[in-house]
Write a protein that binds this ligand. Structure first.
Ligand code: SF4
Length: 168
């Protein structure tokens, strides 16, 4: 499959302003705890280069909706190699990046705290899904991207405004 997609080729994700507000509050609370712990980040971008680092980015349905909302960066590619939002080793989705991107640090001194935060905030994320009656679907980013492409392909059959490039 040619996985090269422009930002207009992903479907508009559905996330209400109320859910967005709750999710942003959750992220802000997490960021405050991480800032207090002050882990070291080498800004190497390795954690976003999945294959090289042996890393799979998991995220929830609601997080995926927020992350994918504006589509992908210009000329971004969907692959197992790297996150499509990393451009020139920088994240282009910092405000929308999911929980695991916020929690993950290479710093060995942060590992224990990282596990504790991960478990606790995953619990909060699950509750957010329950409150808003959203399916708890915690999957790799690639799965959500593939699903978006599939949905785009189907929508384009009935909605001429949602034109998607033919994928081989
Ligand atoms: S969303 Fe940003 S931080 Fe997360 S993997 Fe992608 S580029 Fe990296």
């Amino acid at each position: 499959m040619n996985d090269s997609l422009s930002k207009d080729e992903l479907p508009l994700a559905t996330i209400t302003s109320e859910i967005r507000a709750d999710l942003e509050t959750l992220y802000a609370s997490l960021e405050a705890e991480i800032a207090a712990a002050n882990p070291r980040c080498e800004a190497s971008g390795r954690c976003c280069r999945f294959k090289e680092y042996g890393h799979t980015l998991f995220l929830s349905q609601v997080e995926a909706s927020l992350l994918l909302e504006p589509g992908l960066p210009e000329d971004a590619e969907v692959s197992d190699e790297c996150c499509p939002y990393q451009v020139n080793r920088l994240c282009t989705a910092r405000e929308r990046r999911p929980l695991r991107c916020r929690i993950y640090f290479c710093d060995p001194a942060f590992q224990e705290r990282q596990s504790e935060l991960s478990e606790r905030y995953l619990g909060k994320l699950k509750r957010l899904h329950e409150v808003w009656k959203r399916t708890w679907s915690y999957r790799p980013l690639r799965a959500f991207l593939d699903e978006s492409v599939e949905n785009s392909s189907q929508e384009s059959k009935t909605n001429p405004l949602r034109v998607i490039r033919d994928l081989p």
